[in-house]
Design a protein around this ligand. Structure first.
Ligand SMILES: [Zn+2]
Length: 244
């Protein structure tokens, strides 16, 4: 695989999805590895958070506990090395739909997590200081209680019917507005918000590239190029960060 030439780009946005974490053994929500959909859907309704907290914590607590046994893969490390190599020469914004924290564990800095993180919790009481997400690696046996106000804690995960975190979305949109290269890696790219991100990048005049295992189910007119393959096999060479 011929490496991309990053020399001429100044505002690069990289969006990663489940396909980047799949080689680490994390089941993708959609796609050929099948997955978590059946378990996630019923407990991830953002309109019924309080009611669903016990089931929600049963599932997300288990996933949190399992994350100790999950490790970053070649694709995560390639992205981290690439960021280090280019961050002095271009503005790089790493946006991920994944909640596993694996890009950060691989060494990437300042990852924008638009769907939240399994490794954080927040308080349901909007006036509590803990309403701001905080790192939390505890695997609770029942619904955890906020140590400050006594209300319930929830996982800091963006649920269905919930808006994306304001700050993360704002940073992403700002980066896209001036973007000259947009890479979507391991994401179906056809479902919002990814579909909207590529459109914004396209509108900004960016070169837009999809890197994925399979072609999109519905082709997007906003992706100029598509590179098909296993991310763990193609990313190191594509990003020009193969280790010697
Ligand atoms: Zn609280």
């Amino acid at each position: 695989m011929k490496p991309l030439d990053f020399q001429n780009y100044r505002q690069i946005v990289v969006l990663t999805g489940a396909g980047v974490s799949a080689p680490s053994g994390i089941p993708t929500f959609r796609g050929p590895l099948g997955g978590l959909a059946q378990e996630l859907l019923p407990v991830s309704d953002g309109r019924r958070v309080r009611e669903l907290l016990p089931q929600m914590w049963e599932l997300y607590g288990r996933l949190r506990g399992g994350s100790a046994n999950v490790h970053p893969n070649v694709a995560h490390y390639a992205l981290a090395r690439w960021q280090k190599k280019w961050q002095d020469r271009a503005q790089i914004t790493l946006v991920t739909q994944n909640v596993d924290g694996l890009q950060t564990r691989a060494g990437s800095e300042d990852v924008v997590e638009i769907h939240g993180s399994l490794l954080r919790s927040r308080c349901l009481n909007p006036t509590c200081p803990n309403a701001e997400p905080f790192e939390d690696l505890v695997v609770p046996v029942e619904v955890p209680i906020c140590p400050i106000c006594g209300d319930a804690l929830r996982p800091d995960i963006t649920l269905f019917h919930e808006a994306l975190p304001v700050e993360a979305l704002h940073r992403t949109k700002r980066a896209l507005r001036f973007c000259d290269l947009f890479l979507a890696i391991g994401t179906s790219g056809s479902v919002a918000p990814a579909s909207e991100f590529v459109r914004s990048a396209f509108d900004a005049g960016a070169r837009t590239i999809l890197v994925n295992l399979t072609p999109l189910e519905v082709a997007s007119p906003y992706f100029g190029e598509t590179i098909l393959g296993r991310v763990e096999e193609i990313l190191p060479s594509l990003l020009g960060v193969e280790q010697d």
